[in-house]
Write a protein that binds this ligand. Sequence first.
Ligand code: SAH
Length: 393
Amino acid sequence: MEKAVILKKGKEESLHRYHPWIFSGAIQRIEGKPEEGDIVTVYTNDRQFIARGHVQVGSIAVRVLTFNNEPVDQSFWNRRIATAHDLRERTGISSREDNNTYRLVHGEGDNLPGLVIDIYGDTAVMQAHSVGMHVNRMQIADALKEVLGDKIKNIYYKSETTLPYKADISKDNGYIMGGNASNIATEYGLKFHIDWLRGQKTGFFVDQRENRSLLEKYAKGRKLLNMFCYTGGFSIYALRGGAEIVHSVDSSSKAIDLTNANAELNFPGDKRHTAYAEDAFDFLDRMGNNYNLIILDPPAFAKHRDSLRNALIGYRRLNAKAIEKIQPGGILFTFSCSQVVSKENFRTAVFTAAAMAKRNVRILHQLTQPADHPVSIYHPEGEYLKGLVLYVE
Ligand code: SAH
């Protein structure tokens, strides 16, 4: 019997608008006893084909892979990866001489819900966020080899922390191909050690590339604080941009080691840079009015809708401290990467922070994620990175 999901009457409406998620409440019955991660065919209540996708336990029960009645086989994966690669080629990011760091697959934004692939030089780091993508990981790896050919020599699979905690599967990280990888990648002419074995996410925050580049233009002669620095991305761009001093702060000492290593890799012996392993709030409390360019790029304060309220309080407190202490004429780059915090939510939190600090604040730029993190117009939830560049009088 075909593995199939039959929707309740009328529940196909969001699928006509190509939204790729089917919530468990929309399902009338499941046939053919699919296991978690299997491909299922989705039918309307009067048994018309509507989609095909990965089934999973949880509130999002099916992640749609295709709205066409086509098999999800090796050729399907090859075509999807080729389409994703095309976008990066045509937007220029994958063919620049000064850059070999980019996102090749951005989940729903590439019609591959639950899958992220980042490219670092000749290594692809693949991360499954759904059981289905985990089940299909070898086919996806084959598709990568087919499409990228000898452009990649290593494929590292890293899903230990991103797969559902309860799923009954072995989630070990490891190389699917190669293993002898150099872990230095280049982003817009700067070099970074990427630790995909132990680092956060796929090892690097590729999504801040364009925002780092904008920061570089504002860095000349400035005294800069890079709060939540992780690998020091913003700091290294600031050094190239001619900043007078650059202080990097992160609560993780591993992050501070990485930041120091990356500063050393690009600007050996440069005395302008110092890194501190310290909690953000402690540092902001004790620092004086020493900075006129501050970056706040905290981890997602809200991972789920229930924590939204506390997250907004967190963003408000953090921004209020920075706005209060930044020198007159200072510039603040402030971000939120929480998907559940909307652009409006975030702006309101920062607005409240500005009012609390009683400073005159103007918005210079409104930032988001770069083109290699595309947002499907049918899946606005995919827009997760929000940033404001503020001028504080
Ligand atoms: N700006 C970075 C990415 C930041 S990720 C980039 O461009 O790559 C968020 C970082 O915040 C992590 O490195 C994490 O270790 C750090 N962090 C989390 N909680 C913190 C806290 N309370 N104080 C300081 N750093 C914190």
